[in-house]
Design a protein around this ligand. Structure first.
Ligand SMILES: [Zn+2]
Length: 131
């Protein structure tokens, strides 16, 4: 259950931010498309922990689409732009590193590309001033 570890990491980060007196009014937890996370489970943990650590902070969970960029021709694309079977799409969700085995640049066919966005978990804060 890595959702527990992820929730813990988020809570730690929120806690240290609150201690450093950087205000948080709202937190956006952005889950990358190439991250296999059960949103329902993560939300359960976060609800529980946030209530204890930072009851004043609202949070949302958002998704961000994966974006790839070819190292050979510079082309950028998303998973929507490539033809994949359901099985391949599923594999990529469970083992994000496998993306290099299934995906190639739709323009030049190279498998030498980088993941520009959509990997891991990002935290975006809204602070008091912007409220
Ligand atoms: Zn290319």
């Amino acid at each position: 259950m890595h959702e527990w570890a992820i929730a813990n990491a988020i809570i730690r980060e929120v806690e240290s931010r609150l201690k450093s007196s950087l205000g948080i009014r709202r937190l956006r937890v952005v889950l990358g498309e190439l991250q296999n996370i059960d949103e329902g489970v993560l939300r359960q943990y976060l609800d529980m922990m946030m209530k204890e650590v930072a009851p004043e902070v609202d949070y949302d969970i958002d998704y961000e689409e994966a974006v790839f960029q070819c190292n050979r021709c510079g082309h950028t694309w998303t998973l929507k732009d490539v033809e994949l079977s359901d099985e391949e799409r599923e594999a990529i969700h469970f083992v994000p590193e496998a993306v290099h085995a299934y995906v190639k640049c739709p323009r030049c066919g190279s498998r030498d590309f980088k993941v520009v966005r959509g990997r891991g978990v990002r935290l975006v804060y809204e602070v008091e001033e912007n409220a």
